[in-house]
Design a protein around this ligand. Sequence first.
Ligand code: MIG
Length: 720
Amino acid sequence: MRKLLKSKMSLFRFGQPFNTGATVKICNVEKSERFPFKNLSQKENTTSFSFPLNDGDIVLGLGEMLGSLNRRGKKYRCYATDDCLHTPEKESLYASHPFIVLLGKKSFGLFIDFPGEIVFDLGFSDHATAQVKISSLHCDIYFLQGNNLKDIIQQYLQLVGTPWAPPLWAFGYQQSRWSYPTADKIREVADCFAKHDLPIDAISMDIDYMDNFKVFTICEKNFPRLPDFIEEMKLRGIKLIPILDPGVKVEKNYPQYEDGIAKDIFCKDETGHPFKAAIWPGLSHFPDFLNPQAREWWAHNTAALVKLGIRGFWTDMNEPAIFFSEKSMQDALATLNSFQEKYSNGVPYSLWEYFNARGAISSATNQAEDFKSFYHETTQGKINHHEIHNLYGTAMVEATARGFQKVDSTLRHYILSRNSYVGLHRTAAIWTGDNASWWEHLEQNLQMLLSLNLCGFFFAGADVGGFNGNVSAELLIRWMQMGVVSPLFRNHTVLGSRNQEPWEFGDKTLKILRTILKLRYALIPYLYSEYMQARTSSIPFLRPLLFDYTDKISKTVEDQILVGGSLMMAPIIKANATGRFVHLPKHRWLQWSEKKTKIFAPGSHYIPAKLDEMLLFIKENSFIALTKPAKNLENYKPKSISVIGFVTGNATFYLYEDDGVSNSLAHSIITIKVRKKKITVRIDQNNHEFSSAIKKIDLRIYGLDGKFTRETVNMPTNID
Ligand code: MIG
């Protein structure tokens, strides 16, 4: 295993920061005189500092933010917001990951552990300066020195903890749409997957499964006998993933409302009354997830669904999103009324008044004033929401996870969250929200995945095919191709859009999509093994080239993905493309597909890729592992696997396997070694708590001449 460099991490503490739970390591606090940036200022409730950006400096990080991988030249705002139009100028989205890395003559990482608003101006106002503004006098700032990106990221991951271990089935394909309106419709979708020979592991249940969008209720008319339905789908190997929104509707006789009031678990306004705002179910209260009692209450409710057989949740709107509050709606209506009065009575009005009226209703959404108007009762005291805004969804997920633990703490859970803060990567997956069926967003998906991985969120993904708008067959194909390496692989689309299931685009497209899905399922041994090892080695599962390579070109390539230790994907992200330039750094690479293989020398190459082709490369002296694609990953225990290597010298491959469901993470490691052309295979199983079912390994090793040798290895029955 790779050795860690000695930690060169310093913590600077200002005031008495709220403990966010982001970090898992306790660091000594440094004297503030040693703060590395000279122009630190603390005034008017703001902590700010800046540092120079030299020519050629690269800034990485910030996880889920729009824009390029190199963050330089843009302004970003960590203040979670439900914004469903991801256009390039937007400064914030649903998540806050205030961690950046500067790569330059002197490289460093910077993590600002503060759950309120932070603005990073990374060479936008002035190309040669980075400015950081934290909207508080209380925060923890971690400064991480390192020789290179890997060193800095490893320190960061040690600080914020090991990424989540998902259940194996989470690596399967998921189909979603807003909404499959009835259980029958979901049955029909499942039938189509079977009929068309398409693997699938989960189907989402969007907001329409509830009774009028009330959380923890079921619309009995459209989803009768839910427990039976869950069981029926389970027998088909498909998990149902219901959505949970935080808002609890204010409505007499609605049990969760009555109980929530009785147990006093909602966030309060200035006057001590439960804070009220409109969200899908209507005027609602918001569980105070920062309050342990409220978390317990929520966990109790989620546990009830887990007991029915639900194995995963999808937590949405947890920034939290607010459509309007009573106050913001009154303000909006006042603006409308005053325009209406003038207009109807023939009183002169300016066009500004018309524009104000036009935007009034929509500007009642997600108002800062509303976020400042309610409070949390935390173990660290009462605190205004605005101060800890970015923690709300993370706390909601913790409460949801607790629901699983209540039922069976030995099993791994699955939670897909929209909002996140640093630390959530230890507990859940995130998706990147309401993207669109645009080619630009396919590219954005790629860059977000890489940025998120650099921030510890290995298990992430975007709505494949795009959420808003209508996808074309070509865009869906290219997006699904990238999905093959995306940990979360979920096709999801908005209410009213064109159907986006694989069979909706004609036979030719269906055939291509089937091959893509089968490839994903074939690659499960490799993907899962590399993911699980990435967690413990603190090396991101998905990486940009510059993580592994130091050549000039690798520094600038933002559209190729290193997947684990052996594989690289160069996704096609342009419409009508029939190929693309690929940078192949340092060593030779074996272009690999099930149909053809070709060896490339290092350098830049234009490589053709027809619509049904994707560009995957195996690095020189490394291996990938595959199986026969399963229909789903329930009870997945392959008996034989194929290992494909491209070996010109010495090479070693570790294949990690576990039961894919339990928290114990008892596992086995199969080691394949090539030394001077001699191959050895061994298996280590820790304490025999987990024993691999693999009996046979079909080894195919490509050499320099592009030809392969084949060998079948029968696994020993006596282990160790
Ligand atoms: O206001 O539940 O991002 O995935 O389909 C929209 C309906 C609420 C936003 C999520 C999207 C989901 C949708 N939700």
